[in-house]
Design a binder for this molecule. Structure first.
Ligand code: F6P
Length: 367
């Protein structure tokens, strides 16, 4: 099909590599399809309230290495269930999907590229069901999307966490301390597991394997006995004790977002360790540092491949799909197969076996 005008939006939490995708989509659409490219600002908000920018080769120069998204994003704006305050300060939920669809047609778009994680892609699929020609592009530092080997943004986050562990190693060793690093990932332990292995953590706690503090303490003591008076503990923000609850730093739900903000488990684990062992324990929470900064070369290449392939798919009219990495190829999968699904670390995953095989304690058994 002939593409005259295409639109692209980025939704959900930002991550490194988004601009590489925006650049690739823009350039491939101009070079391969001779199409105009419309950047939709701040996720689906831009579609609801008709806020856009023109994307050109010039507008996308020098953004390959830039973190964040030049289009802006939000993880609050679901047009089908839009949460906003009424005049009395109460949250009301409205359906703005018709308004968003109206804008799509007003803009004269032939395709909408939706770049996002599970939540954003689910919204994209709903719009596809309502007749919009949507193609999804998978992003998230959490790497928790089904049907793709990796999401872009993940590898950069892992590298940042790995660098942090390298630094914590030196201070942990110098001071004979237990150094805890809390990383993001929501209910998936991918960042903690990959960064923990690459950064030489001695203990890694992930949401998929609820931990028992006795096993954690035993491992630290074992290291002490073996002549290593320091330990490095990697904790995923969604990790929790066997039979325990998730820890939330806000202690509440973000009202407009409507989801629990995770964080604080690193401090909780520190207090638990201190009760059992006379060692100094320090906690570092890496937070949004994992989402910012320049993408690694892997994420730049992945983002560029996904963006370019998405334009190719749009040219063939393959809508209702997501471009995905099925190593070594980029392929298309139906958006329908992703809806509402989150990919956590399977308990029989080789990364878990790898960690255990080299003596990393995962907090769920004595070792
Ligand atoms: O999904 C990406 C992510 O960074 C999670 O790892 C984290 O729990 C969440 O977003 C944080 O969201 P916010 O930026 O709203 O604090």
């Amino acid at each position: 099909m002939v593409l005259k005008r295409v639109g692209i939006l980025t939704g959900g939490g930002d991550c490194s590599g988004l601009n590489a995708v925006i650049r690739a989509v823009t350039r491939a659409a101009i070079i391969q399809e001779n199409a105009e490219v419309v950047g939709i600002e701040n996720g689906f908000d831009g579609l609801i309230f008709n806020r856009t920018m023109k994307l050109t080769t010039h507008a996308t120069k020098d953004i390959l290495t830039l973190g964040g998204t030049i289009l802006g994003t939000t993880n609050k704006g679901n047009p089908f269930e839009y949460r906003e305050y009424d005049d009395d300060g109460k949250i009301v939920i409205k359906d703005y999907s018709d308004k968003a669809i109206e804008t799509f047609y007003k803009l004269g778009l032939d395709c909408l590229f939706v770049v996002g994680g599970e939540g954003t892609l689910e919204i994209g699929y709903k719009f596809f069901e309502r007749g919009l020609p949507v193609i999804g592009i998978p992003k998230t530092i959490d790497n928790d999307l089904e049907k793709t080997d990796y999401t872009f943004g993940f590898q950069t986050a892992v590298q940042v966490a790995c660098d942090a562990l390298d630094r914590l190693h030196t201070t942990g060793r110098s001071h004979q301390r237990v150094m805890i690093l809390e990383v993001m990932g929501r209910n998936a332990g991918w960042i903690a597991l990959e960064a923990g292995i690459s950064g030489g953590a001695h203990i890694i706690l992930i949401p998929e394997l609820p931990y028992n503090i006795e096993y954690v303490v035993e491992k630290i003591k074992l290291r002490q006995k073996g002549g290593s008076p320091f330990s490095i503990v990697m904790v995923a923000e969604g990790a929790h004790e066997a039979g325990g609850d998730l820890v939330s730093k806000s202690g509440a739900h973000s009202r407009l977002q409507g989801v629990m903000q995770l964080g604080g488990i690193g401090f909780y684990v520190a207090e638990q360790i201190k009760q059992h062992i006379d060692l100094e324990v320090r906690t570092t929470v890496l937070g949004h540092i994992q989402r910012g900064g320049s993408p690694t070369s892997f994420d730049r290449v992945l983002g560029t491949r996904l963006g370019s392939f998405a334009v190719e798919a749009a040219g063939k009219g393959d809508f209702g799909t997501m471009v995905s990495l099925d190593t070594p190829e980029i392929v298309l999968v139906p958006l329908k197969e992703l809806a509402g699904k989150v990919r956590t670390v399977p308990l029989n995953h080789q990364l878990i076996r790898t960690a255990e095989s080299i003596g990393i304690n995962l907090g769920n058994e004595k070792m």
